[in-house]
Write a protein that binds this ligand. Structure first.
Ligand code: HEM
Length: 161
């Protein structure tokens, strides 16, 4: 079993490795797509911080798709949580929100991008995560400079490790 900082207890339901082959992607003016994804959430030794990674690929041909990585922090002695996220396409964001039992919802408080990113600009990402038994559901809504807050991704992972 993983040793972790006691402050991380409200997040311990996330820890481990998760996989799915049935992700569903949608967005206005984007053709619907399906994807596979692996997610790992691992507590950093002795620190009240979780390191996470999410890698996705096209289920039919394993072509790499989106990747993100970062750190999850908890405001001491609260249920306030922050994802410090770096995305492969040159976007970084800090998402904040609350943990409630075995679910959490966070949304971007800051978004940064490279000076040479292609449009559209990501304005806000909202992440919903919920564990039920050995399943972990994630829904991502996104707002860009062209499109109001709309669902982009929906996936249910199974625990593999
Ligand atoms: C499109 C952002 C995760 C697959 C887009 C667009 C943006 C975006 C800004 C362009 C939308 C438009 O043209 O109006 C993000 C962000 C993500 C994320 C911020 C994570 C929080 C993912 C994941 C996948 C994915 C996990 C697949 C596994 C796609 C595809 C398109 C797209 C296939 C349409 C084609 C393209 O523009 O490349 N995404 N995305 N995205 N996204 Fe995501």
């Amino acid at each position: 079993d993983l040793k972790f900082h006691e402050m991380l207890k409200p997040l311990s339901w996330l820890f481990g490795k998760w996989q799915s082959t049935d992700g569903k992607g949608i967005y206005p003016n984007v053709a619907d797509f399906t994807y596979s994804e692996e997610a790992t959430f691992l507590p950093v030794e002795m620190k009240p911080v979780v390191e996470y990674k999410m890698h996705s690929w096209k289920t039919e041909n394993r072509m790499p798709m989106h990747r993100e990585t970062g750190y999850i922090k908890i405001q001491p002695n609260t249920n306030h949580v922050a994802f410090v996220a770096a995305h492969i396409m040159g976007v970084v964001e800090i998402q904040e929100g609350e943990i409630n039992g075995q679910e959490l919802c966070v949304e971007s408080k800051n978004v940064g991008r490279t000076s040479f990113n292609s449009p559209p600009e990501v304005k806000l990402v909202r992440r919903f995560l919920r564990r039920s038994g050995n399943e972990l559901e994630q829904v991502i809504d996104m707002q860009t400079d062209k499109t109001s807050l709309t669902e982009h991704l929906r996936i249910t992972f199974k625990r593999v490790d």
